[in-house]
Design a protein around this ligand. Structure first.
Ligand code: GLN
Length: 484
C-alpha cells in the first residue's frame, strides 16, 4: 500500500496492516480490533480457491453464490462471536461491481438472523449545487433503488451534507427512499473536528433509532466526557505550535493517526495544537531559523532515504535548543543517528537502510533477518512488550513499568553501540524483555527528548490520549511558557 494512494497503513495489535478506517473505528469505539475485522475481496477469493483445491466442496461447481457469499458470512459471524453489537461497513459505493457479493451476503445474513437482529444503515451524499442553491436528493434515491434491487431496504438513511436539510427535502427522501422521516438523519459538515459527530448524530436521534431498531434497552447515555472532549477542542485554554517533519507532508492522510494523537494530547492538556507541516527535503542543508520558535518537534515513521538528512537536521535543532522532541519509529532511528554523529562524533554513522556500507551502523538489521529475501517477511509487526526504565520521562508519562506497543519496521537499534550511546547521554528508557531490543531512547540532559521504536499513535483515543503524546504536549506547553 502506497501512502500516496491509501494514506497511512494502520497496524493492529496482532500485526495486521490495514486501511486507516480501522483507526477511526478504534478511536471512536475504544475496541481492540484484529485481522478478523478487516475483510478484503482478495482474502475471500484466496480462501475459496484454497478450499476448492483441498476438496472441501466435494467437487461441486464453485460459484459466487453460495461459495463466495458463504465465506463472507462465515467471517462476519466469526468477528461477531464475542461482541454485543457488530458494526459491518461495506466499503465503496453502491453499484461498484466489487461490492456486489458483499451486499448479497448481507441480504442472506439478514434472512438468517432475522430482521429484528440487524439494522441496515445507508450513508449517502446530498450534493449541494451552488448555482441552484439547493441540495440534490437524486443520488440518494438512485443508490437506495439499487440496494432494493438487491433485496436490501435501508432502515436508516444518514445524509452527508454541507447544508442543513430543509423539511421538504426530508419528506422527499423519506418517500422516495422508503424510510420513515424520523430515520432520515442529517450529518452536516462539522466546524472543527470529526469528534463533534457523535453529539451531532445524537441530536438527530440516531442513538434512539439504533436502540429501537435492534430492540435494545433504551438507556440514556452519559455524554459528559465526550462533550468535554469537544469543548476542549473548540475552546482550549492554551495553544502550542508543533512542527511535524516528514516526507509525505503534503498528503492529508499519510500521518493521520499522528495528527489525531497530537490532538488527543492537546485535549488531555486543554491545549490547542497548531501543526506546522515541514517537508524534510527542504531541511537537507540546515534548518531555517524560524523553526527555533516551535514549541515541539515530531518526526514520524517512514521508509526509504528521501528526506532523511533533513530529519536528522531537525533532530539536531531540537536537541541543541532544548525543544521538546518526539520521534516515532524512523523518528527514533534518526535521533540515534544524530546523537552518534554529533555527540559521539562517529562520522558517517547511519542506518544500513540508507547506507549499507556505513562504518557505524547504529541502526541495523538483526542477524536473523539477514538473507531474508522477501522484504515484507522480515518486518517486526504488531504489539510487543516494553519494559520502561524508572526515573525517565517515559516512566513518568506511562505511570507503569510494563507496556505493550505496536510495531511496523525492519531495522533496529544496534546493541553493539549501546554502551557508548548511553555513556554519552542517550539513555535507554524502554526495552523489549524477550529479545533485549531497545524500544525507547531519551536524551538525559534535555527537557523532553523521547524516541520510540514503536507507533504509539495507533493506541491513542480522543478521551484517553496516549500517555507519551499527552506528556509531549505538556512539555511543549512548558517550553512556550518559559519563553515568555
Ligand atoms: N524504515 C525504518 C525501518 O524499517 C522505520 C520504519 C517506520 O518508521 N515505520 O526500520
Amino acid at each position: 500500500m502506497s501512502p500516496f494512494q491509501h494514506g497511512e497503513v494502520y497496524v493492529l495489535n496482532d500485526g495486521a496492516e490495514t486501511d486507516l478506517d480501522l483507526g477511526h473505528y478504534e478511536r471512536f469505539t475504544s475496541c481492540d480490533l484484529s485481522r478478523f475485522n478487516n475483510l478484503t475481496s482478495g482474502q475471500i477469493y484466496e480462501s475459496v480457491i484454497q478450499k476448492e483445491r483441498r476438496g472441501d466442496y466435494l467437487g461441486k461447481t464453485v460459484q459466487v453464490i453460495p461459495h463466495v457469499t458463504n465465506e463472507i458470512k462465515e467471517r462476519i459471524y466469526a468477528a461477531g462471536e464475542d461482541v454485543d453489537i457488530l458494526i459491518t461497513e461495506i466499503g465503496g459505493t453502491i453499484g461498484d461491481i466489487e461490492g456486489l457479493p458483499f451486499l448479497e451476503a448481507m441480504r442472506q445474513f439478514s434472512l438468517e438472523i432475522g430482521q429484528e437482529n440487524r439494522l441496515f444503515v445507508h450513508v449517502t451524499l446530498l450534493p449541494y449545487l451552488k448555482a441552484a442553491g439547493e441540495l440534490k436528493s437524486k443520488p440518494s434515491q438512485m443508490s437506495v433503488a439499487k440496494l432494493r434491487e438487491i433485496g436490501i431496504q435501508p432502515d436508516i438513511l444518514i445524509c452527508r451534507t454541507e447544508e442543513a436539510i430543509p423539511g421538504e427535502l426530508r419528506q422527499k427522501l423519506s418517500l422516495f427512499c422508503n424510510v420513515p422521516q424520523a430515520a432520515v438523519v442529517e450529518e452536516q459538515d462539522v466546524e472543527s473536528s470529526i469528534y463533534e459527530l457523535p453529539l451531532m448524530l445524537q441530536r438527530e436521534n440516531l442513538d434512539t433509532l439504533v436502540v429501537k431498531g435492534l430492540h435494545l434497552p433504551d438507556e440514556r447515555p452519559n455524554m459528559g466526557e465526550w462533550q468535554d472532549v469537544v469543548r476542549r477542542l473548540k475552546y482550549p485554554a492554551s495553544r502550542v505550535r508543533i512542527g511535524v517533519v516528514g516526507k509525505y507532508i503534503e498528503l492529508q492522510d499519510a500521518y493521520k493517526s499522528v495528527y489525531e494523537s497530537l490532538t488527543h494530547g492537546g485535549i488531555a492538556n486543554d491545549c490547542g495544537i497548531e501543526v506546522v507541516r515541514v517537508d524534510s527535503e527542504t531541511l537537507q542543508d540546515g534548518v531555517p531559523e524560524e523553526y527555533q520558535d516551535l514549541d515541539g518537534i515530531l518526526v514520524p515513521g517512514g521508509f526509504g532515504d528521501r528526506g532523511v538528512e533533513g530529519k536528522i537536521e531537525a533532530v539536531r535543532l531540537a536537541r541543541e535548543y532544548g525543544i521538546p522532541y518526539f520521534g516515532l519509529c524512523l523518528g527514533m532511528q534518526v535521533a540515534v543517528i544524530e546523537f552518534a554523529r554529533n555527540v559521539l562524533k562517529l562520522e558517517g554513522a547511519n542506518s544500513t537502510e540508507f547506507d549499507v556500507r556505513t562504518e557505524h551502523p547504529v541502526i541495523d538489521l538483526m542477524e536473523e533477518q539477514r538473507g531474508m529475501t522477501i522484504k515484507g517477511a522480515s518486518m517486526r509487526l504488531g504489539a510487543y512488550e516494553c519494559e520502561v526504565a524508572e526515573g525517565t520521562h517515559s516512566a513518568k508519562a506511562y505511570g507503569k513499568s510494563l507496556v505493550r506497543e505496536r510495531h511496523r519496521h525492519r531495522f533496529e537499534y544496534n546493541n553493539s553501540y549501546r554502551d557508548q550511546l548511553v555513556e554519552a547521554g542517550l539513555r535507554v528508557a524502554g526495552r523489549n524483555p524477550e529479545r533485549d531490543l531497545v524500544e525507547i531512547v531519551e536524551v538525559a540532559d534535555h527537557p523532553w527528548f523521547v524516541g520510540v521504536q514503536f507507533h504509539p499513535e495507533f493506541q491513542s483515543k480522543p478521551n484517553s490520549a496516549h500517555p507519551l503524546f499527552a506528556s509531549f504536549v505538556q512539555a511543549a506547553m512548558a517550553r512556550k511558557k518559559a519563553k515568555k
